[in-house]
Design a protein around this ligand. Structure first.
Ligand code: ADP
Ligand code: ZN
Length: 531
């Protein structure tokens, strides 16, 4: 005799073959499907491209009723529905972009049981009439996609996601499956609490993306560095370039176009039609480079993105991982390249200091930034450090051989004396509180340069003047950057004035040594080793 579980398993596999045309489940897809088909709640963490959609699409077809999929990606709903319709799955969506007639048609199909999946924006579930509609139909399951949007610490936070905890109260018997590619255990715990997924089984995939080569390089002339990367290693390839500001997006896109690389801009300052058109072109045409703020990318399913380049430092490891994860969804070798410099640290620390929100919020932002800086300054394998951050200590023991620090190991050096010299300079300047002296001025003093500013303030008579000629200017900037990264130095005010921290005293008092990273002479190239 066939047990009910066998029957369901059979059904799930058959649906996978017949409807989606795949031979086998991937990773733990099968376990998730069985669990949800049997009525269990699930929290699924899988990297981008891991195959999250099937985890709810197959239960949607196996269980009776309509699966309601909550997704923040209104712009992509039409594509998702089209893709399902193309393989014969009955799907529809309700969102603010529709006219009334279209809406009525979808509602009627839902009530008549003629839909397998119904996509909704989270704000839709705050509308009474939508809830009343759902109550009149049979719901197979709720899928909450991009579930990290419930996390108030992430940059994708959507207040409407908080409201989704009510699904459990209104439909206690309907299984819920929350899915995300954001991997930290803190985010995972937050999702479980805020969505009241207390009894949900957690399915956590490895977040390793072995085909992505991680590289973090010192920022010199970022646009030129980017251009050589594209010309030397990615000619004709599609890719994404992330910049912090809209202005820098526009300038970078223009620069690439002037240099013969087809590039398009994307940021929230462009009108909706231009944004949609650029996104469509990026998805449909080959070899386009999208230059964008982080407003671009969530839910973008383009398998052959060969590189993701960051011209500015991401605010967190979560963001970095998610953005770089858009590369290489097809499993082929891809590059994650980040140019990082002193100015990034100064700028981000300043942004945190002047950000709105209470102390706890600023501390949280600072902790996220610190983890990102630690990844930039590490002399260890980037991948190991990245995976450790996501709690994968067991899988992440061996160096990967496919990141810049593995391919071209940086040296570390004892930077204690250099740190003391720099901190002493900051200490001396600190007495002139009302003045504004940034990193550049401190380095000029150490190098003994007779600049106008130094003459003007008489800084050539300081005892620290000219005591740092053993290092080059770039090396001193590296010292400042690493001290900032480690919290041994701080920036204050709008002009990036350097200031001492409590921890600085430990270095000045010789109670703490400082190990620094020396950049390798020759930057790593993906040519030297591909997986
Ligand atoms: P995610 O939402 O996790 O980023 P998707 O659900 O979009 O990933 O899946 C990524 C790609 O992998 C899609 O092209 C999908 O069709 C494919 N895929 C998913 N599961 C399987 C499978 N079991 N066998 C083959 N291809 C699969
Ligand atoms: Zn490595």
């Amino acid at each position: 005799m066939v047990s009910p579980t066998d029957l369901r398993t059979e059904d799930a596999l058959r649906v996978l073959n017949r409807v989606f045309g795949y031979d086998a489940f991937r990773g733990f897809q099968h376990e998730v499907v069985d669990h949800v088909v049997a009525g269990g709640d699930a929290l699924v963490l899988m990297p981008t491209g891991g195959g999250k959609s099937l985890c709810y699409q197959i239960p949607a077809l196996v269980r009776a009723g309509v699966a309601v999929v909550v997704s923040p990606l209104i712009a992509l709903m039409q594509d998702q529905v089209d893709a399902l319709t193309a393989v014969g799955v009955r799907a529809g969506f309700l969102n603010s972009t529709q006219d009334l007639a279209e809406r009525r048609r979808v509602e009627a199909a839902f009530l008549a049981g003629e839909l397998d999946l119904l996509y909704l924006a989270p704000e839709g579930l705050a509308v009474r009439s939508t809830l009343q509609l759902l109550e009149r139909g049979t719901i197979a399951l709720f899928a909450i996609d991009e579930a990290h949007c419930v996390s108030q610490w992430g940059h994708d936070f959507r207040p409407d996601y908080l409201n989704l905890s009510m699904l459990h109260e209104r439909w206690p018997g309907v299984p819920r499956i929350a899915l995300t590619a954001t991997a930290t255990s803190a985010t995972r715990a937050e999702i479980a609490t805020r969505l009241r997924l207390t009894d949900a089984r957690h399915f956590v995939a490895s977040f390793d993306r072995p085909n992505i080569q991680y590289r973090i390089v010192p920022k010199r002339e970022p646009r030129k560095q980017l251009l050589s990367l594209l010309r030397d290693e990615h000619p004709g390839d599609a890719g994404i370039v992330y910049c912090l500001s809209r202005a820098s997006v526009d300038k970078t896109a223009e620069f690439l176009v002037q240099n013969g690389i087809p590039a398009l801009p994307y940021h929230a300052g462009l009108d909706a039609a231009t944004r949609a058109a650029n996104q469509q072109r990026f998805l449909r045409e080959d070899g386009l480079v999208m230059v964008a703020t982080i407003a671009f990318g969530m839910g973008i399913d383009k398998p052959d993105v060969r590189f993701v380049a960051h011209l500015d430092l991401p605010k967190s490891v979560e963001g970095y991982y998610q953005e770089t994860g858009r590369a290489g969804r097809d499993g082929l070798p891809s590059t994650a390249w980040l140019a990082y410099g002193l100015q990034d640290v100064v700028q981000q620390r300043k942004m945190i200091e002047t950000s709105e929100g209470d102390l706890a919020h600023r501390r949280n932002l600072a902790a996220h930034l610190d983890a990102m800086l630690a990844l930039c300054e590490t002399v260890r394998c980037r991948r190991v450090q990245l995976l450790e951050y996501f709690g994968e200590t067991a899988t992440a023991t061996a160096a990967c051989g496919n990141c810049d620090t593995c391919l071209n190991p940086p040296e570390s050096w004892d930077g204690t004396v250099a740190a003391q010299k720099l901190l002493s300079t900051v200490f001396r300047l600190d007495r002139e509180r009302n003045q504004r002296f940034g990193a550049g001025h401190c380095v000029d003093i150490l190098l003994g340069k007779q600049t106008d500013k130094i003459t003007q303030y008489g800084h050539d008579s300081l005892t620290v003047f000219g005591i740092g000629t053993e290092l080059r200017e770039a090396e001193w900037r590296g010292v400042v950057r690493q001290l900032l990264a480690e919290g041994l130095l701080a920036v204050e005010g709008d002009y990036g004035t350097l200031a001492l921290t409590e921890a600085s005293a430990e270095v000045l008092g010789r109670r703490r040594t400082v190990t620094m990273r020396r950049e390798p002479e020759k930057p790593a190239s993906s040519r030297s080793a591909k997986p």
